[in-house]
Write a protein that binds this ligand. Structure first.
Ligand code: GLY
Length: 395
């Protein structure tokens, strides 16, 4: 019995090594660099002289959609340029990354959004990690300070959206877990534990209220600020209130893996393992391991895929494989995702204005960004690529 177990373990390890070798880092980075050159040119054209437009988000009506710094996606393309610099060491990418990153500077004071982590940690956070630029450090600290103003002691969580006050009172979305990385970093950078405590409170309250018995999660939880109680649980971007929106499950997996990295609290590791089990063993997970946009869309298998969810999940699984007893299983699944994305979900060089991946879904219920390239799919794909090869942050 023991011998059989050892043999199958060796087979899994060897398969993982073989799969990892099939993901050819130098060629993919070379292709990503070519596409990013195309993107830099496409941005200049699409801006039509409007310098407030900074980062690419998607393709809309056949045109590249470039968004201003306040958009939640503005940090992803600068982050991709930092990853290219990290992969190649080529100063050209540092120069480009520097110039796009600094265009987001004013966002450090924007208290009207919870998306501070997405915007500033993907751009300035990677920039600081790779350059130790003191100005970047100052921007990150101010960004965390601003984000902390959205924390409410009564609810114990950071408010997500300011819009929709007719629908909810104090909405918190699962995506918000991603912003905690900035708060953990701010405590390290300042020595002030306030940010850490806010992050832990948010993670604990979300763990209590956002998850179902099967460890899938709701998209939105609405809180009563007078009592701190939950008013309702619902969706905004998913198929139904009780469904499992694929990217949301990805944010949850990534969020609790990162919280374990930052705190070493075993509760977060168990949570991440349980979320991973829900995702990996879901009966509607397709053979190629790139999920449909929502695990419960009744149109499956005739539903759009979401390559962005796949990239987030792959990146999280590579990191989680470094902490969990399920190391080989997570590596195997992440490799499978990365092989699928690499072989079947990449743009041809020169196509799609320079986006790397195709077939993502941003907001299906909003009839928006369905089966499209999305900048965050590209960002997490490159991040996962680095993590899978033992490079980059959270490796
Ligand atoms: N944070 C928004 C999204 O995942 O679409």
């Amino acid at each position: 019995m023991r011998t059989r177990w050892i043999l199958s373990f060796i087979v899994v390890v060897l398969t993982n090594i073989a799969d990892a070798q099939k993901i050819k880092l130098p060629q993919i980075v070379k292709d990503a660099a070519l596409q990013s050159n195309v993107m830099l040119e496409s941005i200049t054209t699409a801006r039509e002289g409007n310098t407030a437009l900074i980062s690419p988000r998607t393709i809309e009506n056949g045109k590249l959609k470039v968004v201003p710094s306040k958009d939640w996606t503005s940090g992803f393309f600068p982050g991709e340029l930092w990853y290219l610099y990290a992969f190649t060491g080529d100063k050209k990418w540092k120069t480009k990354a520097d110039s796009l990153t600094t265009l987001l500077q004013k966002e450090q004071f924007n208290s009207g959004t919870h998306d501070m982590g997405f915007k500033m940690y993907c751009s300035y956070g990677n920039g600081y990690r790779l350059t130790q630029n003191a100005q970047y450090k100052a921007v990150l600290i101010q960004s965390a300070k601003t984000l902390a103003t959205r924390f409410n002691k009564k609810t114990g969580v950071i408010r997500s959206w300011d819009f929709g006050t007719d629908v909810w009172q104090y909405p918190v979305i699962i995506d918000n877990m991603m912003n905690l990385e900035l708060l953990f970093a701010a405590t390290r950078l300042t020595g002030d534990s306030l940010y850490y405590h806010i992050a832990v409170s948010h993670a604990n309250t979300t763990l209590k209220n956002h998850f179902r018995k099967d460890y899938s999660c709701y998209h939105v939880v609405d809180y009563d600020t007078a009592t701190g109680n939950v008013i309702k649980k619902m969706t905004h971007q998913g198929f139904a209130d009780e469904s499992a929106w694929a990217r949301g499950q990805g944010w949850a997996l990534y969020g609790y893996t990162m919280c374990y990295r930052e705190t070493r609290d075993k509760t977060y590791l168990q949570q991440a393992d349980s979320i991973a089990a829900f995702i990996l063993h879901h009966p509607n997970m397709p053979e190629d391991a790139v999920p449909y946009w929502d695990f419960n869309d009744t149109a499956i298998p005739n539903a759009p895929k979401d390559a962005s969810a796949a990239a987030v999940i792959a990146s999280a699984l590579y990191e989680l494989s470094g902490y969990s007893k399920q190391r080989q299983l997570y590596k195997k699944f992440a490799n499978k995702i990365m092989l699928s994305l690499t072989n079947n979900y990449r743009s041809a060089i020169g196509d799609n204005f320079g986006f790397i991946l195709i077939h993502s879904t941003g907001n299906k219920p909003g009839n928006n960004e369905i089966d499209m390239p999305l900048s965050y799919a590209d960002y997490y794909y490159l991040e996962a690529l680095g993590r899978g090869k033992g490079r980059g942050k959270g490796k």
